[in-house]
Ligand binder design. Structure first.
Ligand code: ADP
Ligand code: MG
Length: 294
């Protein structure tokens, strides 16, 4: 063995020893390393989403007016408020579709969302469900999930690519989660409106997002589909963080389950009018006046 190789081997052993020590310190050095790594989600300080003083103007009209909002890692947060309150605009800001005039938006403590474009936000781990379902109607349910797995590599990569066992298992798990196991071979175009919404949520889940943004997910669903959607979201809570915008108060009830620790946020005229447990928010006079009492 040459002296150079001996020296290289020594350096490698030294590096292994350092890594072993790093793994032994309760993860402190690991989280330190994470913080130094740009673009990697860090929620060790609590919030997964941090919006501060966000303002968005359209021709002088403030769709968001100094909006500040924090979502904790693993939290399921319901957001309610009248039409035009700025709920969808808030999601547009988080996902890089709309740039605010002022304010800050962070994903975890390190990722500055206002520096990322839409595909970069998605890659960072934020999945968004729009109001209208957009699935590939001429493909089967299974194929839709397969495409979503391919993600940014594109549909041609998915077609050329053979699924591994692990990938099949992953698709099966999501099929069960979204209640479409028995529909796997059906064309997506033949599903009910509610099932299409679930399929689209399943497509988001294939990308394993850390934060899910769901804009009026139960609009147009039957009562039974609404109940099942609440169960689905509750099953995702914890492992994922969810921001759910909805008008259907029975759905909000199902998601909060009278748990006083679960917060509901009321948006009005581009900022937070009230925030707290559902019962408290529902008793708020201003909230009743601008939203619930109509
Ligand atoms: P919500 O989702 O709470 O109903 P939106 O965020 O869609 O409210 O809209 C907030 C306000 O901003 C509304 O008055 C809406 O008309 C306005 N708005 C939203 N997007 C645009 C846009 N691209 N151009 C002009 N006005 C907009
Ligand atoms: Mg909206």
């Amino acid at each position: 063995m040459t002296p150079e190789l001996m020296a290289a081997g020594g350096r490698a052993r030294q590096r292994m020893a350092e890594l072993a020590v790093a793994a032994d310190d309760g993860g402190r050095s690991a989280s330190y390393a994470r913080r130094l790594q740009p673009g990697v989600l860090d929620v060790s300080h609590g919030p997964i989403l941090y919006l501060d003083d966000i303002t968005v103007s359209f021709d002088g009209f403030k769709a968001l007016n100094a909006l500040s909002l924090t979502i904790d890692a693993g939290e399921l947060r319901c957001i309610i408020g009248p039409n035009g309150a700025g709920k969808t605009t808030m999601m547009d800001v988080i996902t890089g579709k709309t740039r605010p005039d002022a304010g800050q938006a962070f994903f975890g403590s390190t990722i500055d969302l206002l520096r990322l474009n839409e595909p970069q936000v998605a890659r960072a781990g934020i999945g968004r469900k729009f109001q209208k379902p957009s699935v590939f109607e001429q493909l089967t349910v299974f194929e839709n999930l397969e495409l979503a797995l391919a993600g940014e590599r594109g549909p041609w990569a998915a077609i050329a690519h053979r699924l591994s066992g692990a990938q099949r298992d992953r698709i099966d798990a999501v099929l069960r989660q979204i209640h479409l196991k028995d529909e796997a071979r059906r064309l997506a175009g033949l599903l009910s409106h509610g099932q299409k919404q679930w399929l689209e949520i399943g497509m988001l889940l294939m990308q394993d997002p850390k934060l899910l943004l769901l804009d009026e997910p139960v609009a147009g669903m039957t009562d039974e589909e609404t109940v099942r959607t609440a169960e689905l979201f509750l099953s995702l809570e914890g492992e994922h963080s969810l921001v759910v915008v909805e008008h259907d108060m029975s759905f909000i009830h199902a998601l909060t389950q009278d748990n006083p620790r679960k917060k509901v946020t009321v948006l009005h005229e581009g900022h937070v009018l009230a925030e707290g447990p559902l019962a408290q928010v529902q008793a708020n006079e201003q909230v009743v006046e601008v939203y619930l009492g109509r």
